[in-house]
Design a protein around this ligand. Structure first.
Ligand code: OGA
Ligand code: NI
Length: 337
């Protein structure tokens, strides 16, 4: 029911029991590395071979990077953030109409991750949308705030274009034709999660979003420029991804790990919450078409590196992903060859 939403309550006095993680699973915020950060890549650079090398390095060592001078209008990014915040500020009755905890729904406002399955909740509300093709889905999107459809659809178009540009760089960086990944992934779906992490009375005891890897191909995240929260696993430690002005955070999803035959990594990441600041993030997921067959290119299974995963369709993978808990073992482990 819609009264599960966090954003319908203006002040949370103490953390309800259902959000409290057992001692051994807490974020241990004082152990997080604050100055390590993931690489930043300037997509405005005229030096293509340098950019390709930076992409290769970031994808193989971190699985994450930030991009600047990426071509998405800054004003549109600001508008996207503003309309997201405005959405979560809508009156409860308005939000209640959109609430659902059914993961199969293509438009829903929900909370935590999957409350039908999980034991402990995440301190997050989120609006999930399907975004491609736009003509098919926009009519079903929220019509309040009144600028929502227009702003979000422009934003989705731009982000999709950037995503394809990145898939091109990723393909080249693996020694493949520029259009290799885009072709294998087929007519890609595009999903969006608009995440709202309210101020939390006990950030040490819970998560905004517990550790997970993204099941799709590539994720582009717009994060609150003023509030940190995203953290990435590297060499057994958590490192904070510090927000940079006008940047997108990009990460490799499970499908690019499989298609690169394990050279590029879909790494564990999580979002933590703050006592004195709410936080918004907007995640755009490029997802293979359901019938896409995920199997590494010949070139990457040459001598000495046999296929790490058996071949499968994205449809099969996605069903498996949602049937598990978010922080079980890496879902790709279930597809090892
Ligand atoms: C996600 C995600 C991180 C964040 O939505 O998959 O990893 O900072 N979000 O909101
Ligand atoms: Ni994620």
């Amino acid at each position: 029911m819609a009264d599960q939403l966090l954003s319908t309550v203006t002040h949370h006095g103490s953390l309800p029991e259902t959000y409290v993680r057992p001692e051994s699973e807490r974020p241990r915020l004082n152990e997080v590395l604050r100055d390590a950060d993931v690489p930043t890549i300037d997509l405005g650079s005229p030096n293509l071979s340098q950019t390709v090398a930076q992409v290769a390095d970031a994808c193989s060592t971190y699985g994450f990077f930030q991009v600047v001078n990426h071509g998405v209008p800054i004003e549109l990014m600001l508008k996207m953030m503003a309309v997201a915040l405005e959405f979560f500020r809508l009156p409860s009755e308005e939000k209640a109409k959109l609430y659902s905890d059914d993961p199969a729904k293509k438009m829903r406002l929900s909370t935590s991750f999957n409350i039908r399955k999980e034991k402990v909740r995440n301190w997050r509300d989120y609006l999930r949308l399907h975004c491609y093709p736009l003509e098919e889905f926009v009519p079903g999107w929220p019509s309040n705030p009144s600028s929502f459809k227009e702003v979000v659809s422009s934003y989705c178009r731009e982000v999709r274009q950037l995503g394809f540009r990145l898939l091109g760089l990723i393909s080249i960086s693996l020694g493949l034709e520029e259009d290799y990944m885009a072709t294998v992934l087929g007519e890609q779906e595009q999903h969006m999660a608009v995440n709202y992490y309210p101020k939390c009375p006990a950030p040490e005891l819970t998560y905004g979003l517990q550790a997970h890897t993204d099941p799709n191909a590539l994720t582009l995240l717009l994060q609150d420029p003023d509030v940190a929260g995203l953290q990435v696993r590297k060499d057994g430690k958590w490192i904070a991804v510090n927000p940079q002005p006008n940047a997108f955070v990009v990460n490799i999803g499970d499908q690019l790990q499989a298609l690169s035959n394990g050279r590029y990594r879909s790494v564990w990441h999580r979002a933590v919450v703050n006592a004195d600041k709410e936080r918004i993030s907007v995640a755009s997921f490029l997802c293979p078409c359901n019938s896409a067959v995920i199997s590494p290119p010949e070139k990457l299974v040459a001598d000495g590196s046999p296929a790490m995963y058996r071949s499968y369709t994205y449809d099969e993978y996605y069903k498996k992903f949602w049937s598990r808990n978010l922080d079980d073992e890496h879902c790709l482990q279930l597809f090892r060859s």
